[in-house]
Write a protein that binds this ligand. Structure first.
Ligand code: ARG
Length: 582
């Protein structure tokens, strides 16, 4: 990895073992960015205590053994024993030239590729997707893309809620409407919220309907073919709706990725049997429960995971236990990432704990809940329409695009656009703004859905980054050159060139970190830093002006090309589109 911080860390570790013996080779060299140099290594301070020596002497000894020839010739010990490292411009330039020539932008593939199941989106059948589902969809998609790029075998898994008691009333309501309604896209079924609410109202107010619905649930669970056929009509209508949302958002999920709750139905009984035979599940108050260690209620009493209700029915936990077991036994996953709302944290902690008791999860096979924070309105409350209803996703996206159009017309453009081109760009800007807003903040923190902030062309926003990429394209157009033709070599003249190149070299570790932690915002933060460094560079360093000497021009064009590829690759990993002209 050319990431300077890693290069220096590795060299300091070599010096440590050379100076103090091989047992010190694994010691953390404590590399930090420095005000006085590019980095400082602070390991001498901690090590001195251990060795009972003066930190400065320890630092001097490390420096004496430090082999950084060709990387950094300026090494200084300062203060109590900080080792300041300033990289050579020539090394930075050489590494950046290499990065530019590398298809993967020097992002190393994982040494041990894993099979990773990324479960995300997971909306509920016959219900509208809300902004919360959208956030898990957008963040999950980015996690899947990043891990794929890192060389892992990624299985996208859309765990839709397509089973359970509500389907009794939904099917009966469908029959009341006439089942052809489900096939039409302009029907009341396609307005899922209205459909669901109407069914609910009848269920609550009409005893005959409620009774039919309950019988229908029993028939569904018994596998009655006619009931299953009707159920499938509802699932299909919902899938059409989900796909409209996915295509509009540029989400990589397809129907093949759907493994809904119904998929695990036949596995519920064997899963529960296994838990019983292993002595993990016991009857408590008539229900079958597991009591994972460490989970207690307010009075200190052990908290149960209910695995089979006292009426013999299964629930959300049974379904998730069957899911973990299937992913381990049949899919042979090494890692499972559940991109699901933070409010479900306790549910997953307890399910995973039971799965560990059963031996399905262990140190080699990991499951993690990638928590997604709530999406709030600008009033700080759960996002609602002015009338207090749930916000319809498609309307929200339409508004984003409309606002993007206004913002777009307010910024200067190199050229006029015809209507069709403008429409395509504005769509990309509006959608990109919404997606990037979800991705640029830590996924587990709540975030405020604020059109004005996300659609601004300044700051850490989608439009700002898209604009930066379009601006680089326009430099190449003005220079009469294709970005691929700019191969350098790079040289470092101006401090802004140096800062930009140094930032570009950190791309690989940013991607790696985002993948390891399943936190796309760590990649977003890096891309934003790249765009910022580019902006400063572009303010100070003319590229295609007439008086720029040819070798400087070639180097700067190469720097532009490396920046462009980093931005477009990074944004593609996040799933944010990058129009070439803006
Ligand atoms: N359908 C659920 C919901 O909308 C999310 C499913 C999460 N995944 C899981 N394995 N439980 O809340």
């Amino acid at each position: 990895m050319p990431d300077p911080q890693f290069v220096i860390a590795a060299r300091v570790q070599d010096a440590l073992s050379a100076a103090f013996g091989p047992s010190y080779s694994g010691a953390d060299p404590v590399i930090r960015p420095s005000q006085f140099a590019d980095f400082q290594a602070n390991v001498a301070l901690a090590l001195a205590k251990k060795l009972g020596r003066k930190p400065r002497d320890v630092a001097d000894e490390i420096v004496g053994r430090l082999d950084v020839a060709g990387v950094a010739s300026n090494i200084e010990v300062s203060g109590p024993g900080f080792i300041n490292v300033t990289l050579d411009d020539a090394w930075i330039a050489g590494q950046t030239t290499e990065l530019l020539a590398d298809e993967r932008l020097a992002v190393p593939a994982a040494e041990t590729p894993q099979k990773v199941i990324v479960e995300y989106s997971s909306p509920n059948v016959a219900k509208e997707m809300h902004v919360g589902h959208v956030r898990t969809t957008i963040v999950g998609d980015a996690i899947a893309r990043i891990l794929t790029f890192l060389g892992h075998e990624v299985v996208r898994d859309n765990h839709v809620g397509d089973w359970g008691t509500p389907f009794g009333m939904l099917i009966e309501h469908l029959l009341d409407l006439g089942e052809e309604a489900a096939a039409r896209d302009d029907s009341s079924v396609s307005d899922l919220t209205a459909f669901y609410q109407a069914a609910r109202r009848k269920f609550d107010g009409d005893e005959e309907f409620a009774e039919r619905s309950r019988r229908r649930v029993v028939a569904l669970q018994a596998g009655d073919p006619e009931t299953l056929r009707l159920w499938r009509l509802l699932v299909e209508a919902s899938k059409r709706y989900f796909n409209t949302v996915y295509r509009r958002l540029g989400i990589s999920l397809t129907d093949d990725d759907i493994k809904g709750e119904s998929f695990y139905n036949d596995l519920l009984a064997p899963t529960v049997d296994e838990l019983e035979s292993k002595g993990i599940a016991v009857i408590s108050d008539g229900a079958l429960c597991a009591f994972p260690p460490g989970f207690t209620g307010r009075e200190g009493e052990p908290l149960p995971v209910i695995i089979r209700k006292s009426d013999g029915g299964y629930n959300y936990s049974s379904s998730d236990l069957a899911t973990v077991r299937y992913r381990v036994d049949t899919e042979h996953a090494d890692r499972m990432i559940y991109v699901v709302g933070a409010p479900q944290a306790l549910h997953f902690q307890m399910v995973f704990a039971v799965a560990r008791m059963a031996g399905w999860l262990n140190d080699e096979v990991r499951a993690e809940h990638a928590q997604i924070g709530n999406v709030l309105g600008t009033d700080g409350k759960i996002l609602r329409t002015r009338a207090g209803g749930t916000v319809k996703l498609i309307e929200l996206l339409d508004e984003a695009v409309e606002r993007a159009g206004k913002a777009f017309d307010d910024v200067p453009h190199d050229e006029p656009f015809d209507d069709a081109t403008r429409k395509a760009i504005v769509e990309a800007v509006g959608i990109g703004a919404v997606k990037y807003a979800d991705l640029s903040v830590a996924r587990d923190s709540e975030y405020i859905f604020d059109f004005d902030r996300m659609i601004a062309f300044k700051g850490n926003t989608g439009p700002y980054l898209q604009y930066a990429t379009a601006r680089i394209h326009s430099i190449f157009r003005r220079g009469g050159l294709k970005p691929e033709a700019a191969t350098g070599p790079l040289t470092i003249g101006h401090p802004a060139e140096r800062a930009l190149a140094l930032t570009l070299l950190g791309f690989g570790s940013a991607v790696r970190l985002a993948g390891d932690t399943a936190e796309p915002h760590k990649l977003a933060t890096h891309i934003y830093a790249v765009a910022d460094a580019f902006t400063t560079f572009y303010e100070h360093c003319p590229v295609v002006k007439d008086d720029v000497p040819p070798d400087v021009r070639a180097s700067r064009l190469a720097l532009c090309a490396a920046t462009l590829r980093t931005l477009t690759t990074g944004l593609a990993l996040l799933g944010v589109p990058t129009p070439e002209r803006m």
